[in-house]
Design a protein around this ligand. Sequence first.
Ligand SMILES: NC(=O)c1ccc[n+]([C@@H]2O[C@H](COP(=O)([O-])OP(=O)(O)OC[C@H]3O[C@@H](n4cnc5c(N)ncnc54)[C@H](O)[C@@H]3O)[C@@H](O)[C@H]2O)c1
Length: 165
Amino acid sequence: MLNIGIVGLGDISQVHIHAIKYNSNAQLVAVCDVDPTYSDKIPNVHFYSNLEEMLRSEKLDCVHVCLPHYLHVWATKTCVEHGVHVLQEKPLANNAKEGMELIKLQHKYPNIKIGICFQNRYNDTFQTLKRIVKSKSYGNIIGIKGLVTWYRPESYYTKKLGAEK
Ligand SMILES: NC(=O)c1ccc[n+]([C@@H]2O[C@H](COP(=O)([O-])OP(=O)(O)OC[C@H]3O[C@@H](n4cnc5c(N)ncnc54)[C@H](O)[C@@H]3O)[C@@H](O)[C@H]2O)c1
């Protein structure tokens, strides 16, 4: 049985909580969020407001990182350095430099797994696109331009960009 922790209890954490609940090989034992109003959100699960404290206090196998973008690399690095596997929400990082940090981290700790959620690659649209590219029915495709029409406010992309915590 894998002991799982989650850091970041906002919208997407609900999907992770659900997935852990229905996985017979995993149990959610601890959660962490800086917002104290989440402290009694999940019964029988230990609540922390500090990631490092959660990592020190619990024997976790894996932490799901469900934080805002700018905290992904920091949180994943913190978990890996504590010997804990990570399933991190997308994106990999805020920029290429930070992304390289994660790649270097993975090389430094080859026995710790870092997974990134890119579940949309399993959507019909992307599966179809992949088949088209692979089939070469349009020749050797060297670039694709796409448009996603979801609304995101400016703050979604720029909020505290590059901040540590
Ligand atoms: N895979 C997908 O389809 C998908 C969908 C939605 C969101 N996401 C990703 O998930 C991530 C989170 O998105 P969300 O919509 O749940 O955000 P959110 O703002 O709803 O939740 C983030 C949570 O992190 C907490 N937090 C902030 N700083 C913290 C810290 N230092 N320590 C502990 N907790 C802290 C906040 O209090 C908040 O509860 C984003 O990176 C987003 O891109 C992925």
